[in-house]
Design a protein around this ligand. Structure first.
Ligand SMILES: Cc1cc2nc3c(=O)[nH]c(=O)nc-3n(C[C@H](O)[C@H](O)[C@H](O)COP(=O)(O)O)c2cc1C
Length: 246
C-alpha cells in the first residue's frame, strides 16, 4: 500500500473497475478511513475531493504572456474530462492570443461555450460569483502568467477579476498554480515569485523535458499540459510516450 493523490487514483480505479470503494474500516468512531487497492484516505478528505472535483469549477486565468497554445490545450483537456471550467482573459492576453494562435480568443470562447460546464467572465466583471470567497471553487491556474500579474498578486493588487479570483484562492487557501513566462528574470520577478510560493502558490515554469527528445511544439505542449493535470490531481501519470525510461 502506498499514498498518492486520492482523487486521481479514485478516478482511475473507478474507470477501470466501475467501483469507487473496495472496503471500509474504522479506527476511531468519528474518523472513518477507506482502503482500496493502493490509497488510504480519510473519509472527509475523500468526500471533499470527490465533491470538489465534480461539482466545483477550475478557474483558468489567461494573462498577457506568451504561451496561449498551452492555455488552449489545457482548457480543452479539462472540458473533455467533463470538469467545470471558468475562464478569465486579461485584456493583454487577447492581443497575445490573436497574434500567437492566428485566431480570435472570442472564437475559442464561442466553441467552448458549447460545453455545458464552461463559463467565461469578462476581466472587468468584479460582480462575477468567483470574485467572492464564499463561492467555492477547485482553485485556479494562471496560464500563462505575465510578470505584471505576478507583481500585482505578490503585492495584493486585485483590480480586475483575474487578480481578484487568484487573491481569493490565496486567502481561502485554495490551490493556486502559476505558470510564469518571461526570460531572463530579474530580481523583482524572482522576489515576487518567491513571495507567491511562500503564500502557498505552486510555481510551474514551462521548461521542456529535453531528455525526451520531443520533436514538435505540439508534443512539448502536450507534455506540459499532462504535467499540469497531474499537478492538479486530475491525472495520475504521464502517457507512455512522455515517460522517462532511462
Ligand atoms: C505579443 C506579446 C507577448 C508578450 N509576452 C510576455 C511574456 O512572455 N511575459 C510577460 O511578462 N509579458 C509579456 N507581454 C507583456 C504583457 O502583455 C504586459 O506586461 C501586460 O501589461 C500584461 O497584462 P496582464 O498581466 O493584465 O495580462 C507580452 C505582450 C505582447 C503584446
Amino acid at each position: 500500500m502506498y499514498y498518492c493523490k486520492p482523487i486521481a487514483c479514485l478516478r482511475k480505479h473507478y474507470s477501470e473497475t466501475n467501483r469507487l470503494i473496495k472496503s471500509e474500516y474504522s479506527i476511531f468512531p468519528d474518523q472513518r478511513y477507506y482502503f482500496y487497492d493502493f490509497a488510504h484516505i480519510h473519509y472527509s478528505q475523500l468526500v471533499r475531493e470527490v465533491e470538489l472535483n465534480n461539482q466545483y469549477p477550475y478557474i483558468v486565468g489567461i494573462s498577457g504572456a506568451s504561451g496561449s497554445i498551452i492555455s488552449k490545450k489545457f482548457i480543452t483537456a479539462l472540458l473533455e474530462r467533463d470538469l467545470k471550467v471558468v475562464t478569465i482573459f486579461s485584456n493583454a492576453s487577447k492581443l497575445v492570443w490573436d497574434q500567437e494562435l492566428k485566431t480570435s480568443y472570442q472564437s475559442d470562447v464561442n466553441k467552448w461555450s458549447e460545453y455545458p460546464n464552461y463559463t467565461n467572465y469578462a476581466v472587468g466583471d468584479l460582480t462575477a460569483p468567483i470574485a467572492s470567497g464564499s463561492v467555492h471553487t477547485n482553485g485556479m491556474v494562471i496560464v500563462p502568467c505575465s510578470m505584471n500579474s505576478v507583481a500585482s498578486l505578490a503585492n495584493g493588487i486585485t483590480n480586475n477579476l483575474l487578480l481578484r479570483s487568484a487573491d481569493v484562492c490565496m486567502k481561502e487557501k485554495r490551490p493556486l498554480t502559476i505558470i510564469p513566462r518571461e526570460t531572463p528574470l530579474h530580481a523583482i520577478h524572482l522576489s515576487n515569485l518567491s513571495k507567491l510560493a511562500s503564500l502557498g502558490a505552486t510555481i510551474m515554469p514551462t521548461d521542456p523535458p529535453f531528455y525526451l527528445n520531443l520533436k514538435t511544439l505540439d508534443q512539448i505542449v502536450n507534455y506540459f499540459v499532462y504535467k499540469l493535470l497531474i499537478q492538479l490531481g486530475i491525472e495520475v501519470e504521464l502517457p507512455p510516450d512522455y515517460r522517462y525510461t532511462g
